[in-house]
Design a protein around this ligand. Structure first.
Ligand code: NAG
Ligand code: NAG
Length: 192
């Protein structure tokens, strides 16, 4: 038969273990008031950014370089497996000579065997005005031959802390010979 004394003892012990675990947990993570981050004073707003992304593969100063080539034995028409590292200029207007507002840093990679479908992993690092030093992070799928491609904004830094939203990319200009391209980006982002 179960000894009632033993039962109470083990109940007390497990309660102690529970509070001990909770104490460890609370050193690791705390619920905090949003006022502590000044979020009570700031209203979440929705911003629309429009700029042009220049993928420059040709010439003496490319901003987009092939760092991994597709495996030769795969023989796909989509260059499945290649990776390009980018530090692409972002400008206000479609001309490369127009005002520089930031750079797109990251990589894109062919992730589809049946169409031109790229994995885009890039940070938009802005230098313009109050956005100087703030970044928006994009991670998404880019079926590059489609007229408009949508990619999620998965976060950001600086003025874009807690950011969420999406970007729409549409090709403005493409040189089929060199692969150089100018892409219009419209980014819709909630941020504080
Ligand atoms: C690649 O595939 C195509 C058909 O999909 C074929 O015509 C061609 O010979 C292949 N090339 C090689 C190197 O295997
Ligand atoms: C952006 O900030 C950096 C570092 O604070 C500064 O050196 C640079 O001049 C700023 N750029 C612009 C365009 O304001």
């Amino acid at each position: 038969m179960l000894n009632p004394h033993f039962l109470i003892c083990s109940l007390l012990l497990s309660f102690q273990a529970l509070t001990y675990i909770t104490a460890i947990d609370s050193d690791f993570v705390h619920q905090i008031d949003r006022n502590l981050l000044g979020l009570n004073k700031k209203k979440e707003k929705l911003s629309h950014f429009k700029f042009y992304w220049h993928d420059i593969l040709s010439g003496q100063n490319p901003t987009s370089v092939r760092v991994i080539s597709p495996p030769l034995n795969l023989n796909t028409t989509t260059f499945f497996g290649f990776v390009n590292m980018i530090d692409n200029p972002l400008t206000m207007g479609p001309e490369l000579s127009s005002k520089l507002v930031g750079r797109a840093q990251g990589f894109y990679a062919s992730a589809s065997q049946s169409e031109f479908g790229f994995l885009m992993a890039q940070n938009f690092a802005f230098i313009e005005g109050k956005y100087n030093g703030s970044t928006i992070t994009i991670m998404g799928r880019n079926p590059a031959l489609n007229k408009v491609r949508e990619m999620p904004v998965i976060g950001g830094s600086g003025l874009f802390r807690f950011a969420r939203g999406y970007a729409e990319a549409s090709t403005h200009w493409l040189d089929y010979k060199t692969g150089d391209a100018t892409v219009e980006y419209n980014v819709y982002v909630f941020h504080y």
